[in-house]
Design a protein around this ligand. Structure first.
Ligand SMILES: Nc1ncnc2c1ncn2[C@@H]1O[C@H](COP(=O)(O)OP(=O)(O)OP(=O)(O)O)[C@@H](O)[C@H]1O
Ligand SMILES: [Mg+2]
Length: 388
């Protein structure tokens, strides 16, 4: 039986668990605050090394507390927490924190230090020389997409989104193997957030840190997480799985409610067009004449045809209504072709495909290779079949 991606991912994860020193393991971990509030209850959870795990759940369900136990900013009330087989409670807290980058829920920058000095906090503690620190700060400012002119400012002179980027730069400064991030993109508007998420994903593909990230945005969780832990009130784990598994096999009604009614659409977002068999579709070169194009359409019983230019890039959609009244000998590129509003490539996901299809002038949507050349078409039926 061929291995599914899920299996493969799991095997890889297990491999890393036993070999890597940055896997994080919660064993029956409980956190009870002094007033009796149980923030986390008997949590069993293994966060594989080199993966991005997202903790998600309603406000007050214990996400921040869970995160802060990893770097011992909160003390466990019960159970064990291991990082690469070492019990965190047996490691010196200060040393531990130097190996773990932490992006706080509300940027948590030092107000009286400049941006550059904020970023340099851990390298200074580690005793790096001035030149090395200066170079590292410049590198990080660029990495998180900040203007270098901002480095001399103080936190209150930055927007919320800029402050969050500084928080991220600071957490990455000493290149720690583990990164904890508490709602790192919450203070930015949706467009900047989407941009930061993309940057962050590509960064993670390069650096492969063990990342634990908190959010209460399920879209963000599904987009960024290799695995997602969904918490219910009281720090109880509702389900821990890959995004694909959460969508295809939600463990409870709570999970279904949390993921939301558009679960099916989310599933589409996880699959790429190259997982579908494209239809060859009906095409004609731009210099074809009307009479011939008409007979193609009639033979195929299609309502329109994709007109291609000399490089096989789609020029537009030619429908039967337009062809019907045209002069037999005219070239089809002299007729009013309907352009597509979107371009769809093989690496796009099926949700983008659905969006493109909905606004397409005909009932099919052309799919292109990276060079923009025509490969085939998809239609709504193919997507519907994939959903069921
Ligand atoms: N220092 C504290 N003393 C007592 N209770 C606390 C303390 N810190 C947090 N709590 C309580 O523990 C529970 C979990 O809090 P936590 O901050 O971990 O939630 P969260 O999931 O991060 O929420 P949010 O999404 O709002 O940030 C909440 O009921 C909260 O009121
Ligand atoms: Mg929180």
């Amino acid at each position: 039986m061929p291995l599914t991606d899920d299996h493969r991912q799991r095997d890889r994860a297990e491999d890393r668990d036993t070999h890597d020193s940055s896997a994080i393991v919660f064993e029956g971990v409980t956190k009870r605050y002094s007033d009796g509030t149980v923030a986390v209850e008997s949590l069993d959870l293994t966060l594989p090394a080199g993966e991005l795990t997202v903790l998600v759940g309603p406000s007050g369900c214990g996400k921040t507390t869970t995160l802060r136990m990893i770097n011992r900013l909160e003390t466990l009330s019960g159970g064990r927490l291991l990082i690469g087989n070492r019990d965190v409670m047996s490691v010196d807290a200060t040393l531990l924190r130097r190996q773990i980058g932490y992006v706080m829920q509300h940027s948590g920058l030092f107000p009286h230090k400049t941006i550059a000095d904020n970023i340099a906090v851990v390298p200074r503690l580690l005793g790096w020389d001035k030149k090395r620190i200066r170079e590292r700060v410049a590198e990080l400012v660029e990495l998180v997409g900040l203007d270098e002119a901002l480095a001399k400012r103080y936190p209150h002179q930055l927007s919320g989104g800029q402050q969050q980027r500084v928080g991220l730069a600071r957490a990455l400064a000493a290149d720690p193997p583990i990164l904890l991030m508490d709602e790192p993109f919450a203070a930015v508007d949706p467009i900047v957030r989407a941009h930061l998420q993309e940057e962050f994903l590509s960064l993670q593909r390069r650096v492969q840190k063990t990342i634990v990230m908190v959010t209460h945005d399920i879209d963000e969780a599904m987009k960024l997480g290799d695995r997602v832990a969904i918490f219910a009130q009281g720090g109880k784990l509702a389900q821990f799985d890959t995004p694909a598994r959460l969508l295809s096999a939600p463990a409870s009604d709570f999970v279904i409610d949390f993921i939301g009614a558009d679960r099916e659409l989310r599933r589409l977002a996880l699959e790429r067009l190259d997982s579908l068999e494209l239809d060859a579709g009906l095409t004609a070169p731009r210099d074809e004449i009307v009479a011939r194009a008409r007979s193609y359409l009639q033979q195929a019983g299609s309502s329109g045809i994709v007109v291609l230019d000399e490089h096989r890039a789609p020029l537009g959609w030619l429908d039967w209504e337009t062809l019907k009244h045209a002069d037999d000998r005219a070239r089809i590129d002299s007729l009013p072709l309907k352009p597509w509003r979107h371009r769809l490539y093989m690496h796009d996901n099926l949700r983008s495909a659905l969006n493109a299809l909905i606004s397409a002038p005909g009932e099919v949507m052309p799919v292109l290779n990276d060079q923009g050349r025509y490969l085939g078409v998809i239609d709504q039926l193919q997507l519907t079949r994939r959903l069921s």
